[in-house]
Design a protein around this ligand. Sequence first.
Ligand code: 13P
Length: 254
Amino acid sequence: MNKNLRIPVIAGNWKMNNGPAASAVLIEKLKPLTANAQCKIVCAVPFTSIPAALNAAQGSNIAVAAQNVHWEESGAYTGEISAQMLKELGVEYVVVGHSERRQFFGETDVTVQKRVRAALNGGLTVILCVGELLGERKSGITSQIVRTQTEIALAGVTAQELQRVIIAYEPVWAIGTGETATPEQANEVCAILREQLAVLYDKEAADATVIQYGGSMNDQNAVELLAQPDVDGGLIGGASLVAEKFAVIVKAAG
Ligand code: 13P
């Protein structure tokens, strides 16, 4: 399939940055800069900034994502937020399995799977993050790691549901380090993931799935990364906090 048939998705992961006021300001700045974008634009904002971000984004081509979701609909889960709660606000997307959740908050492949299931049941589109640690890359097991993460996360997800899944390949060694995967490295793993989707589902489903690269993508390197045949977008941390930089990345997506 020609990559051009997939609509690229450029998503900013704001992480724990921007309260409601700052979120509204950033989205207002982004709106004119990205109004003519050919790609989908998503901003993953902190939970407490979601209403302000949605309000600011109203009538624009910017969608709002949450950065996590719990697997139960409601109940005694102090500090957690369900898919239904996000949906009620008008959120469309949710990031699941980010490496920072895996690294700092005990997220496992199994909890990622449960969150994916809950998000899909709740009508959200999932941005599923996978990626290897530096040591794993050095040991030559990158492919094995990302394939296992993907297979477990997608267990039980139907081909129809897969249409609401975006995969973000984020090598952990490239996140927040300024060290970007080369375009070839990024494409190699995105292609491995697409091949795996063809095995788990079929070629049609694999060809239709958006696979992003994330890890120090910025206004300087986005063109080359996004030109790769299997890289359909980006999940951007640091550079998504600066409207002008994020807008350059959006433009680079075509
Ligand atoms: P950086 O772009 O800051 O490396 O972060 C990438 C990331 O983790 C996006 O989810």
